[in-house]
Design a protein. Structure first.
Length: 182
């Protein structure tokens, strides 16, 4: 049975919350990569953002509300570039490899947190979601965004949450529930 390392409270440096925490390199508490914890009514996992997640990639630099994909689960490394989120090189498998939601713009090569569970969370969305829809990873290979699936339609990949408000300016508000990895 795997261990689950959950800390409360956890180290956020000089940031006001895990939403804005980032430290270049593995951070002050490098041994805490992969740990999960709760902050108020939200759950996060401490991860390392791949040093290649820059504006030179098709996905661009990490922006707030984008999806994070697992690049290397064993080292808790994430990316916003779906090309590196593939499971075993299988096409479109990044849609089942979502690590969480970036809450702020993060500098490549930094330790940060991804949000995995919470209510009323802004998530970058393709642009057509309405309340009650299921939220899944979109098919876009460059946008690091989500997609709303119509009510009474089975999602064809990992469910990320439920849309609460209609998408406006490519952002939907959703109740997010993404499982952490131990």
């Amino acid at each position: 049975m795997p261990n689950t390392n959950s800390y409360q409270p956890f180290y956020v440096g000089q940031a006001a919350s895990p939403d804005t925490y980032q430290e270049l390199g593995a951070g002050y508490a490098a041994g805490e990569l992969g740990t999960t914890g709760d902050w108020n009514d939200r759950s996060y996992q401490r991860v390392f953002l791949d040093s290649g997640a820059t504006s030179a990639t098709p996905a661009g630099a990490v922006a707030a509300n984008q999806l994070a994909y697992w690049k290397q689960r064993s080292t808790y490394t994430v990316t916003n570039d779906s090309r590196f989120g593939l499971l075993g090189g299988t096409a479109s498998s990044f849609r089942n490899n979502v690590a969480g939601v970036f809450r702020a713009a993060i500098v490549a090569g930094s330790a940060c947190f991804v949000l995995q569970r919470g209510r009323q969370i802004n998530v970058k969305e393709v642009g057509s979601a309405t309340p009650g829809m299921t939220l899944i990873g979109s098919t876009s290979t460059t946008a690091a965004d989500a997609l709303g699936v119509a009510i009474n339609t089975a999602p064809n990949c990992l469910t990320l949450g439920v849309v609460v408000t209609a998408t406006a300016s490519n952002v939907a508000v959703a109740d997010v529930d993404i499982a952490p990895i131990p």
